[in-house]
Design a protein around this ligand. Structure first.
Ligand code: NAD
Length: 393
């Protein structure tokens, strides 16, 4: 018998219209000065004003910080943390995709610490997070990362990505309102949706999976499988957007507790070296990593096949696990994401440096049901380059 460590955020509002809960929640913190962290595109389309206008009308002192870029580099984090320390804010609100939310929670925590963000990185940092920091409310506008319920902030480095992680990075309040995702363009809907699917799939086969994370992960897969294609085809499809918000939220809770593994470990260097959006990096690798580790988790792959809408009843576990990999390939293809590394203009000559960087992601690789060593990682990148799923020899 093993014991699972399960952590959830303190308070979450999830559903169409959930944003109505913002004002009463802000009031609980009695803030004098609020910092809203968002990306400039959301200010341009008037989305972030749905958060800031009611606060300003209520008389709060609200400052908007829009110096956020997708897949934020370390320097962006350093700048925002300095700004937050100087600004003497007492509530941070992150509004946006994973990029804005990750920066918001990082700033909230490191505002009360000393040193640079680099000092707190998981792979190379020397300092530990010791204090909870400023209160934070996270409001996702994509259905993907689950950052609103996880304890990590991801930052892009020169050739890969790294994280700052501690339970103090968890939001005090998460507000997941699918209304805010209606304007997400199809390509971002596809990438972020496959990111959420990858969280759920990796959490379900993780060595740290538990009955709690299993339930969250399978329900996330069901919701995403039935609605992602619809949300990509028609962003105004209300039910599809609701399913995707719920799916990415549940997938976030699942992977925060069970962890993600090989797909993410191999995806980080694609983001770092080739600046490919996080969801697309996961998407292009998902079938190849799952195909490679298939034999180590056939029963779980059969369960995933059923959650994806397939039927394993008349199949052996082995057959169902093959079918599961095919279904994952199909959904990536259906939402229009390139199926090979070549589709992202990644040359074969880059596979060696990608391999060297992915090997460093020990925190992630440790959750894979099949241990992935350097040769395995190289083989998976080669199969993603050629477009052919391969298995260990
Ligand atoms: P993102 O935040 O970079 O946003 C992608 C694009 O979508 C941006 O151009 C943004 O302006 C646009 N956008 C966002 N919401 C929109 C809306 N409602 N309407 C129109 N456009 C909108 O993308 P993301 O995939 O949500 O986040 C990626 C980042 O999150 C990466 O840095 C990744 O590493 C990180 N991440 C974090 C976690 C975590 O648990 N903390 C998990 C997975 C990924």
């Amino acid at each position: 018998m093993s014991v699972s460590r399960i952590v959830f955020t303190s308070l979450n509002y999830v559903g169409w219209g959930a944003l109505d809960n913002l004002l009463p929640e802000v009031e609980r913190f009695s803030p004098k000065k609020i910092l809203v962290v968002t990306d400039p595109a959301l200010e341009k389309i008037g989305l972030v004003q749905r958060v800031t206008d009611p606060l300003a009308q209520r008389g709060y002192d609200v400052q908007l910080y829009t110096d956020v870029v997708p897949e934020p580099p370390l320097e962006t984090g350093e700048k925002l943390v300095s700004f937050t320390r100087e600004g003497k804010f007492d509530l941070i609100i992150g509004v946006g995709g994973g990029s804005a939310m990750d920066l918001a929670k990082l700033a909230a925590v490191l505002a009360v610490h000393e040193g640079k963000v680099a000092d707190y990185l998981n792979l190379t940092g020397t300092k530990k997070v010791e204090k909870k920091g400023l209160p934070k409310i996270l409001i996702p506008t994509t259905s993907g990362t689950g950052s609103e319920v996880t304890n990590i902030s991801v930052l892009s480095l020169d050739t890969t990505k790294d994280v700052v992680t501690h339970d103090y990075l968890l939001a005090d309040v998460a507000i997941v309102d699918p209304q805010l995702t209606v304007s997400v363009p199809p390509r971002v809907t596809a990438a972020t949706g496959i990111d959420a699917l990858t969280h759920a799939v990796e959490a379900y086969v993780s060595v740290n999976a538990s009955p709690t994370s299993d339930g969250l992960a399978l329900q996330a897969i069901r919701l995403i499988a039935r609605s992602l294609r619809k949300a990509v085809e028609n962003g105004a499809d209300k039910q599809a957007r609701i399913d995707m918000s719920n799916g990415s939220y549940l997938a976030g809770l699942a992977f925060f507790n069970a962890g993600v593994a090989g797909v993410h470990a191999l995806a980080y260097p694609l983001g770092g070296q080739f600046h490919i959006a996080h969801g697309e990096s996961n998407a292009v690798l998902l079938p190849y990593v799952m195909g490679y580790i298939r034999k180590s988790c056939t029963k779980r792959m059969a369960d995933i096949l059923n959650a994806l809408g397939g039927n394993s009843s008349f199949l052996s576990e082995e057959e169902a696990s093959y079918k599961c990999v095919e279904e994952l390939e199909r959904i990536v293809r259906d939402v229009g994401i390139p199926r090979t590394l070549g589709g992202f203009n990644i040359p074969e000559s880059a596979l060696e440096s990608l391999t060297k960087d992915a090997v460093q992601q020990k925190r992630l690789l440790a959750r894979s049901p099949l241990p992935l060593l350097e040769d395995d990682i190289r083989t998976i990148y080669q199969s993603a380059f050629r477009g052919v799923v391969t298995e260990p020899k």
